[in-house]
Write a new protein. Sequence first.
Length: 434
Amino acid sequence: MRIAMIGTGYVGLVSGVCFSDFGHEVVCIDKNADKIDRLNRGEVPIYEPGLDELMARNTAAGRLSFTTDLAEAMKGAEAVFIAVGTPARRGDGHADLTYVYSAAEELAPLIADYTVVVVKSTVPVGTNAEVGRRIRAVAPEADFDVASNPEFLREGAAIEDFMRPDRVVVGVTNGRAREVMSDVYRPLFLRETPMVWTSLESAEMIKYAANAFLATKITFINEIADLCEKAGADVQQVAKGIGLDGRIGGKFLHAGPGYGGSCFPKDTSALARIGVELASPMRIVETVITVNDARKRRMVEKIREALDDQLAGKRIAVLGVTFKPNTDDMRDAPALTIVPALIGAGAEVRVVDPQGRKEGEALLPGVSWMNDPYAAAEAADAVVIITEWNEFRALDLERLRGIMRGDRLVDLRNIYVPESAREAGFVYTSVGRV
Ligand code: UGA
């Protein structure tokens, strides 16, 4: 089967590469010629474990290629995916659909034989139908259907999520489109992956509802963590105790500095906007957004309290600044709130992050970038863990303590056992545990 993938951002690139690994012939298209050149040279523009190897293998097998030429890419393609960005619009939080609609209008005149135009970008309810209308307006005779196929990849685990998804959601309007989409995902049938066939509108809603629910779950446990600190309970035990209830489930119950990333902040704010527009307010989601924003700022106070209310003149080693491990993505990372506030209060900040420096350098002016946690901790008053990279999970705490001039360890991801940290000589603070 031949597939065209418009957009080589995170979702487009991972999906394109994985579809080629299914055995399909995939051509990825991007307007950015420089990016396409780099992809053709085998360079992977993002950090995603396993992606480079999979890309190299499928390019070598002749199933995967990259071009700026949409017309060429669409020749013989039975499915054309739109996987372009839908950033939050400045000011009002609405999803910006400019790129989606212009992709639709550009591909419209190139439709030759029956083609399914699949929207993979996260888009508000009604967008897929509008994509159909816009294509029809440009190319009234074109033989096509629109399908909505939202993506549930997590950065850092994207290949695994694509190859072994919990489910695949596809919105279609008729059996012909469903047949093409079944062919696209046929390799997953062998793994008995549940396929959820819905209307276009339901598929669009599923994506927002899923992300908003997960963001709510995280925010809920974060508030419980605060309460645990006051009440003398341990949030990890609480999370385990509630998570074993099958109706609740144990995943996404790790308390921390607040969610970040390219999806939850953008999608919760878009869903809240949809609610306002359709006069069906999303009050829970609105609260989640407010609570999560406040939480990132609150983490600065936590660090200040750990340092006896004094940040000025303190040297702080920050371990991890990306919004989560195994990514180089800094979008809406809690560190972007925390680190500048520490610097603003007069602290000296030294940062270590296995992948964050490339993006982080411009976003975090005034920090010193170090290559290893022990070097960063030299003569530091405090070590603050913001992102739970594996590299930070098994530090020699006694050695770390010995290198520092102070003894404060602020673990915003609860990766250490409080007793062990205290035994190593630390005054240890974490989230939702005393
Ligand atoms: C999220 C969803 O998990 C994916 O299913 C979805 O496809 C994706 O958004 C998207 O819409 O494209 P992602 O943003 O890559 O994926 O990362 P997550 O693993 O969901 O983490 C998001 C944030 O929540 C991170 O800042 C993470 O540290 C935080 N988090 C996550 C917690 O604080 N606690 C948890 O228990 C889980």
